[in-house]
Design a protein around this ligand. Structure first.
Ligand code: ADP
Ligand code: GLC
Length: 486
């Protein structure tokens, strides 16, 4: 039996991306389709989404919704692979340049509750024949932006006596909860009693994330370790009790890598290609990276690269503290990202202090991201917490050994270059356990030590590059979950 599933998300690579959610939304539906599922996606009509889809056709006129006139549902296809994408056209809510969630001052838009309630509501309508030609059996909602979809489905179930579709809610990051003042609950059109501790209420406010966690049939998150971590007081973001209560419905399914986009042997964004059996091209990538960032052209300087959102989560303040150690040992550091202005300034100060060895650039650029992942010897991901993390997986694929804090998906995907792991041919990177200068510095020293033994370094690179983190196994697990539900 073919299962029909609708994925509901706020971003999707290559149309619109601020982080890993877009990579997942861009790759998982196709992986499920390859395995026989019938999958479509629903996105808000941000300008980049409307501009990037082919063959947009009207599906339904929704009129005035959430205080917004002229809401339309349209359907188009993703040019790269023909994926069917529903898109909500509501200019007053979505037609804004720049970041989809924040204004120019990095402040969330004042009407985010309406903007994302509409997303969840349309998802639930699609499960109730809004498109006469197709309706999903599974609504798979991603992160708080889509968190109300399960709530609207539950409301419809109560009204009609049966569930229009079953729901899966995936947590990509528990740190973003979509919290709004209680009075905005009135905008949502949900039954009054949904505003309760057993519902969408969270310490007197309205939480879209909690709606997803409370009303969905199954909850997943993006790595097994993070699935355990979020059930603890320390890492549960105030929702650990609910997550423990739902432990039987909660599972961790690791994200995958889209190797059509991230493969050093065929990467369209690289000038030189290489593979595990032909590593020579990697040196040219390193030289190109040093040149691009104005670093000394030293082929034997151990080069650490970072591609990241610049937020507290990513732990780059700790890496900055350790930067002098990298410089003192003759290494180099490239950081590329955008986010928190205070962190951006701190990074730039360190670069100014060591112009030959540390380079920082602010921005978001896909080509530069690939250039750094390919040209670095080490990809550093020192996150305080990390639900899955994709850049360390890209680092593995590119033979750029990841240096990571051993939490969440980082712990599930990187094996430390400890003596015993080296002896057993298991090492693929450098893992530190304690989030403190001593911990990361020791991992940095292990990286230098291994780099000094070129044969072993190359062996670790090849091992990293041969790891299979493709979507296959994870897509099978999502399919198994869908089958259980329908
Ligand atoms: P998160 O989703 O928490 O940001 P992930 O590691 O899961 O972390 O995914 C980050 C994704 O965003 C990766 O595809 C990474 O390459 C990309 N990325 C992060 N910062 C930038 C940037 N400044 N420019 C281009 N891509 C970036
Ligand atoms: C979130 C997490 C990241 C994860 C990504 C995709 O942004 O921070 O760890 O890889 O979502 O699931």
């Amino acid at each position: 039996m073919t299962i029909r599933a609708l994925h509901v998300a706020s971003e999707l690579y290559p149309l619109l991306k601020t982080g890993g959610l877009a990579d997942v939304a861009g790759a998982l539906p196709s992986a499920l389709i390859e395995r026989g599922a019938d999958v479509r996606v629903l996105l808000p009509g941000f300008p980049a989404v409307l501009a990037g889809l082919h063959d947009l056709q009207p599906v339904a006129r929704l009129g005035r919704r959430f205080d917004t006139a002229d809401v339309m549902l349209e359907r188009g296809t993703l040019p790269a692979n023909g994926l069917g994408v529903y898109v909500i056209r509501a200019a007053a809510l979505y037609d804004r340049p720049g970041n989809p969630y924040l204004n120019d001052e990095h402040v969330p838009y004042g009407d985010n509750a309406q903007r994302f309630a509409l997303l969840g509501w349309v998802a639930a309508q699609l499960a109730q024949q809004l498109d006469p030609a197709w309706s999903p059996q599974i609504v798979h909602a991603h992160d708080w932006h889509a968190g109300l979809a399960p709530a609207y489905l539950k409301a419809a179930e109560r009204q009609h006596g049966r569930a229009p579709a079953r729901s899966v809610f995936t947590i990509h990051n528990l740190a973003y909860q979509g919290i709004f003042p209680a009075h905005q609950f009135g905008l949502l059109g949900l039954p009054d009693d949904f505003f309760s501790m057993h519902g969408v209420e969270f310490y007197g406010q309205l939480s879209f994330l909690k709606a997803g966690l409370y009303y969905s049939d199954r909850i997943t998150t993006v790595s097994p370790t993070y699935a355990r971590e979020i059930q603890t007081l320390a890492h549960g973001g105030g929702l650990d009790a609910l997550l423990r209560h739902r432990a039987h419905d909660l599972s961790g399914i690791l994200n995958g890598v889209d190797y059509t986009v991230w493969n050093p042997a065929s990467d369209a964004l690289l000038a030189t290609h290489y593979s595990a059996s032909r590593l020579a091209g990697k040196l040219a990538c390193k030289e190109a990276l040093q040149k691009r960032f104005g670093l000394a052209q030293k082929s034997d300087a151990l080069l650490f690269g970072v591609v990241s959102r610049l937020t507290e989560q990513k732990g780059l303040d700790l890496l900055l503290e350790a930067a002098p150690e990298i410089v003192r040992r003759g290494g180099q550091l490239v950081v590329f990202g955008t986010g928190d202005p205070a962190l951006e300034n701190g990074l730039q100060r360190v670069a100014q202090a060591h112009p030959e060895s540390v380079a920082v650039e602010l921005g978001f650029d896909e080509t530069l991201a690939h250039t750094i992942i390919a040209g670095s010897d080490v990809v550093a991901v020192p996150s305080r917490f990390e639900p899955c993390g994709l850049t360390q997986l890209y680092g593995l694929a590119y033979g750029s050994l990841p240096l990571v804090h051993g939490v969440g998906g980082l712990a599930d995907t990187v094996a430390d270059a400890s003596l015993e792991n080296l002896a057993d041919d298991l090492a693929t990177g450098f893992v530190f356990e304690r989030f403190e200068p001593k911990g990361i510095t020791a991992a940095i020293r292990r990286a230098f030590a291994l780099y000094g033994r070129r044969t072993e370094w190359k062996a670790a690179q090849r091992r990293a590059m041969c790891q299979d983190f493709g979507w296959g196994a994870s897509a099978e697990r999502y399919l198994a979950l869908y089958r259980e539900l329908v």
